[in-house]
Design a protein around this ligand. Structure first.
Ligand SMILES: [Fe+2]
Length: 144
């Protein structure tokens, strides 16, 4: 089936899943941006929580996106640690927001809070895409 056993094969597939996830999350963020009543917001946040738990674990896993970036571009370590730290912050905010939506009515400021979360997740995923692209650029030696 395969010509050779390349140890990078697994790494590539986990990285590919993580990068493909960055397109999937856009759909979840569109839904979150449009949710304007408490039930819809709760459903969006529950979907986002399930997605984020799985997606963040894939990125942090051995041979995942962060390891691939660190191997190709060790000088990005500080930026990798910064996005890794955001995983806990984003999940904590999703969970706290869900707790705040336990009632029947949309709490004051909930729409703004949802928009802020959309911006935070977009910025986070965008930084990861940049790190990945810049690490590949470094690895193939363009610009040396
Ligand atoms: Fe990500």
């Amino acid at each position: 089936m395969s010509e050779s056993h390349n140890p990078r094969d697994n790494s590539s597939s986990l990285v590919d899943i993580a990068i493909a996830d960055h397109r999937t999350v856009q759909k979840l963020l569109v839904d979150l941006r449009e949710a304007d009543e408490v039930g819809a917001l709760r459903r969006c946040l529950s979907d986002l929580k399930a997605f984020a738990e799985r997606h963040f674990a894939i990125e942090e896993a051995p041979e995942g996106l962060y390891e691939a970036i660190a191997l190709a571009a060790p000088h990005f370590q500080r930026r990798i640690e910064a996005v890794r730290a955001q995983h806990g912050e984003l999940l904590a905010e999703i969970e706290a927001f869900l707790d705040a939506l336990a009632g029947d009515a949309l709490p004051e400021g909930a729409r703004e809070r949802a928009d802020a979360l959309v911006r935070a997740i977009s910025a986070h995923e965008s930084e990861e895409n940049n790190l990945h692209a810049e690490a590949l650029y470094t690895e193939i030696g363009v610009g040396d």
